[in-house]
Design a protein around this ligand. Structure first.
Ligand code: URA
Ligand code: SF4
Length: 222
């Protein structure tokens, strides 16, 4: 590839990961150190071999993410039966609903990065136990650092607890914004909740429009 074009492609990649400045005279590495997909690949491999909590005994596959590094990252709770079987995030009924609601507000699912608090399925889809979330948290922390999103949106109370330290009902935190470690963080209802309470879909859409407004305010496109 022609060098200028190659450089442009690298810079566009970095931009999509949220890098908006490169110091003058910086030695340009082939990939941005803290956003390198290689880092995410090795983290994924580490997770796939993880036995740090009891869930490793009952999982079929670990579930790491969907999408490429993006300025917008969503965080769900934990894999369900379909995700556990396929090793993919949000591919069951809740995932189909999530994909549709995102599309309806103008967010293409393949332009955002999606992960879960837990990388392994809790048996019978029970909620995560605190010790499981604690065991898995270092992976999520590294995943966020590597993806380096500008905006994070928690889906449901376990993600809101993990990202925002919120322990109350979702209605008290949805649409609320916090700046944490240089990233804007908010929350909305989990798509599984919407399957049970479809009347609240408009609230989620309003929250997602808030996410788009925040990205626009930051001058970040998807
Ligand atoms: N629910 C989640 O929180 N995550 C998934 O990946 C699927 C269902
Ligand atoms: Fe490891 Fe997380 Fe899976 Fe527990 S849930 S075994 S900590 S990857």
């Amino acid at each position: 590839m022609e060098p200028r074009k190659a450089l442009k492609d690298v810079l566009l990649d970095w931009k999509s990961w949220g890098v908006d400045q490169v110091p003058r005279g910086a030695a340009a590495p082939a990939t941005a150190p803290s956003q390198s997909p290689a880092g995410l690949d090795s983290l994924r491999a580490e997770v796939a071999a993880c036995v740090k909590c009891r869930l490793h005994k009952t999982r079929t596959l670990t579930v790491f993410c969907s999408g490429n590094p993006s300025p917008l990252m969503f965080l769900g709770e934990a894999p369900g039966a379909d995700e556990d079987a396929q090793g993919e995030v949000f591919v069951g009924a809740a995932g189909k609903l999530l994909t549709r609601v995102l599309r309806e507000v103008g967010i293409a699912r393949d332009r955002v990065y999606i992960a879960n608090v837990l990388k392994c399925r809790p048996p019978g889809n029970r909620p995560p136990e605190p010790d499981e979330a604690a065991a898995c948290a270092p992976y999520l922390k590294r995943q966020i650092e590597l993806v380096n999103p500008k905006v994070l949106c928690a889906l449901g109370k376990h993600a809101a607890a993990s990202l925002m330290g919120w322990e109350g009902p979702m209605k008290g935190v949805r649409g609320v914004w916090q700046l944490r470690e240089g990233r804007w963080v908010t929350a909305t209802y989990h798509p599984s909740y919407l399957l049970r309470s479809p009347g609240d879909t408009d609230l989620v859409k309003a929250d997602l429009r808030g996410v788009l407004a925040k990205l626009a305010e930051l001058g970040v496109g998807l």
